[in-house]
Every structure is written in structure tokens, then in C-alpha cells.
Design a protein around this ligand. Structure first.
Ligand code: AMP
Length: 291
């Protein structure tokens, strides 16, 4: 596995990678969720590139940029074991955003809802850095997690609209044994908050079981899910959404599919999770995960 700390190193190492190249962008502090994407790429592609960059432009000034966990040595050894061949870990923010940097990539529409409504500059940062990384790494496939379902939909739009010749693969959310979706931010939780956090999975389970029992009213599912979340004293609901998986508009009736998304603060930590109804259906209507 080779490590590039600058754009020029990345360009020269990328030139010798066998194709097809699979690419897994991350912010580091890696866990099994990230590694599942790397393994998926390793299975499907001749070589796998990953990036580790805590992208400052996707954090609002009030968010946790400086506190975001970082451990490059640990991340590199995990990536190597999972089968990565090249890792791009820019040595500084200035490598990606040098003085005078002035270009932004913006996807409109779906970025204004859910996470975009709560975090207005977030997706502009994501799409800008992902477009730059796609241009540098030139992968044939890009691997993203369903954990960040709206992000995957935004990247799908970005790929289509900017004509990147890249197949997007969306891999299932990897969870702790008690159902909590793995996230680098879980390390912020105190022991009591950690015990409360699986309430998100229980709320998604409720949405799935209501759907299985024949409930198709999105409002009924939203209100039952919100009530379950509110019953947890440490949880504060940011949103509980039952939306069209294509447009992210809130639904009245589920017909045929819906994306149920949650954003919940447990103490100071904001957690997100989601599921697609009917249970088990893919987020995107084409191949979306490693077989
Ligand atoms: P991040 O480092 O949080 O930017 O995440 C990098 C990639 O890993 C994104 O595509 C995420 O959706 C994905 N990811 C994060 N957590 C999980 C998880 N628990 N299961 C699957 N993919 C995940």
C-alpha cells in the first residue's frame, strides 16, 4: 500500500494503479463501516484507493472540526489489512484549498432538505471535495455508505450532472451488536449516552414493523417514530422524516418506497441513521451493494 501526502504524489502513484480503480473517500477515524467499503472495492476492482481528509468546508463554524477524531497511523494499518493499494491523506488543508481557492460545486434541490436544512453549507463542502477527489483519483467505481443516505443521493446527482464516468456503489450500514450505526462520532458519547443511542435503530425498527403491518400513512409513521425517540430522556429529535427516496420530499402516503431518516442529538452528539421502506429495498434502484 502506498501513501500520498500531496496532490503531485497522488497523481504519480495513481498513474501506475491497475484498472478498474475503486475509490473510498473518508474522513478517517476508521471503523468497520469504512472497512466494509474498502473490502467491497477490493473484491470488485483491480485496485483500491482511499482518502483520509477531514474536510473543513463541510463543517459549519459551530461544528466539531477541531475535535473530530484523528489517528492516521491506525487508519493506515486498517486500510492496508482491508486491501487498499493507495491512500491519499493530504498533509494539510492547504493542499486541497490553497490560498486563493474560489471554486465550489453545488448540487441544488435535494441538498436543501434534511441534513441540508439543519446544516446549510454542509453539502457544498461535500460535493466540492468529492468532485476534486474524483478528478484526482479518476476511479471507475466509488463506494459510499447507506449510513449517509442523503449524501449518497447527492453524489449520485453529482456524478450524473458533471458526467463523471464513475459507477456509484452504495453499501449497507454496518452496525454495532445493539443496532447503533457505526460512526466516528460515537466516540463522543458518554457511557450513559452510548446506552441511549440505540434508540435510533429501535425507531427505524418501529417504522419497518408498522410498514409490515400495512401502515402506509407517512404521517402516522413519522409521529410514532418521533414519540418513540422522545421517550428517551437523553434524545432530542432534530428530524424524523419519511420522504420520497428520489426527491427527499416528505410523503403523505408511502407508494411504493420511502426513505425514513433520523437526526437525533444524544447529549451534544448529533447522530443520523435511516432505513428504506419496504424493508431491505435498495436506496438506488440499480445495483447498490457488494453481492
Ligand atoms: P466519513 O468518514 O464519515 O465521511 O464516512 C466515509 C464513508 O463511510 C461514507 O461513504 C459513509 O457513508 C461511510 N460510512 C460511515 N459509517 C458507515 C457505516 N456504519 N456503515 C457503512 N458505511 C459507513
Amino acid at each position: 500500500m502506498r501513501l500520498a501526502r500531496s496532490i503531485s504524489e497522488l497523481r504519480s502513484l495513481r498513474a501506475s494503479l491497475p484498472e478498474p480503480v475503486g475509490f473510498v473517500p473518508t474522513m478517517g477515524s476508521l471503523h468497520e463501516g469504512h472497512l466494509s467499503l474498502v473490502r467491497c472495492s477490493h473484491q470488485e476492482c483491480a485496485s483500491t484507493a482511499a482518502s483520509i481528509f477531514v474536510n473543513p468546508t463541510q463543517f459549519a463554524p459551530s461544528e466539531d472540526l477541531s475535535a473530530y477524531p484523528r489517528d492516521l497511523d491506525r487508519d493506515l494499518s486498517m486500510l492496508e489489512k482491508a486491501g487498499a493499494n493507495l491512500v491519499f491523506a493530504p498533509v494539510s488543508d492547504g493542499e486541497m484549498y490553497p490560498p486563493g481557492y474560489a471554486t465550489w460545486v453545488t448540487v441544488s434541490g435535494i441538498t436543501e432538505r434534511l441534513e441540508g436544512a439543519s446544516r446549510p453549507t454542509h453539502f457544498r463542502g461535500v460535493t466540492t471535495v468529492v468532485a476534486k477527489l474524483f478528478s484526482l483519483v479518476r476511479p471507475q467505481r466509488a463506494y459510499f455508505g447507506q449510513k449517509d443516505a442523503q449524501q449518497a443521493l447527492v453524489i449520485d446527482r453529482l456524478i450524473a450532472d458533471l458526467d463523471f464516468d464513475i459507477e456509484l456503489v452504495v453499501a449497507p450500514t454496518v452496525r454495532e451488536p445493539d443496532g447503533l450505526a457505526m460512526s466516528s462520532r460515537n466516540t463522543y458519547l458518554s457511557p450513559a449516552e452510548r446506552r441511549a443511542a440505540p434508540v435510533l435503530r429501535r425507531a427505524l425498527d418501529l417504522a419497518e414493523s408498522l410498514w409490515r403491518d400495512g401502515e402506509r400513512s407517512a404521517e402516522e409513521i413519522r409521529s410514532r417514530v418521533t414519540a418513540l425517540l422522545r421517550a428517551e430522556p437523553l434524545a432530542r429529535v432534530d428530524y424524523a422524516s419519511v420522504a420520497d427516496p428520489g426527491t427527499l420530499e416528505e410523503l403523505e402516503t408511502i407508494s411504493p418506497r420511502a426513505l425514513v431518516s433520523l437526526a437525533v442529538r444524544i447529549g451534544k452528539t448529533r447522530l443520523i441513521d435511516n432505513t428504506v421502506l419496504p424493508p431491505g429495498s435498495p436506496l438506488l434502484e440499480r445495483r447498490t451493494s457488494c453481492s
